[in-house]
Design a protein around this ligand. Sequence first.
Ligand SMILES: [Zn+2]
Length: 257
Amino acid sequence: MTRESFKTDAFILRCLNYSESDLIVTFYSSEFGKLRGIAKGAKRSKKRFANVFEPFSLTKIIFSRHRPDALAFIEACEIIDHYPDIRTDLEKTLVASYFADLTDNFSPEGKVNIKVFELLQNFLLLLGKEKATEATLRFFELRLLKVTGFEPALDHCAQCKIPLTNGNAYYFYPREGGIKCFACARPERYEEPLSAGAVRTLLLGKTMDLDKIKTVSLSGALAAECREMLVSFITHLLGKEIKSMKVMEQIRRMGLP
Ligand SMILES: [Zn+2]
């Protein structure tokens, strides 16, 4: 059976040991969406695949396969951008790894979505240039949800449909993917409200120019509210916690770098 060969730009999302010498690589490509491929002999052949399969590297991959749904056979892979400005900084590396992990979790295999590819590309460029901030994290999550079809409804109450009003308290319901005003939510005492200010910040972050993100200071209570909302939603959608996020947060809490 003949195998057709393809060439595409792709971000490495994940890399697993498969056997003594092979690797299974998950990558997000501009032309084919998320794919999984086997790199035969990658652990032995330093010449053919010299450290190219590190998470979030942008690469040019040549692969072949029998059928569109078959495991790809990675024939060659070369680095386009290794993101040295990110990799020399522990915090940025953890954030970029989280971006790759989240992209992996929200992308079904073989579904082409150039917006996902561009989002990853834009945020890695941003991360290379600027400090990793709360806003960078939250706005990436929000935009990934948007381009993958899971955008939360934040501009009005899910029940009475009244638009977001400054000064009011809201409650976010992951199962409904939206917010409710105090009157519709009738919250229990243990439920934490989401201020209109936090919701408005998230709405702005969805479309704000990339070079303006560094000017957003998301701190204290506002940061905690935004984080709680997005993390609870992501955990609900995936049905699990994201490991790379926990690792990233533990290290960031320790105040590194
Ligand atoms: Zn309402």
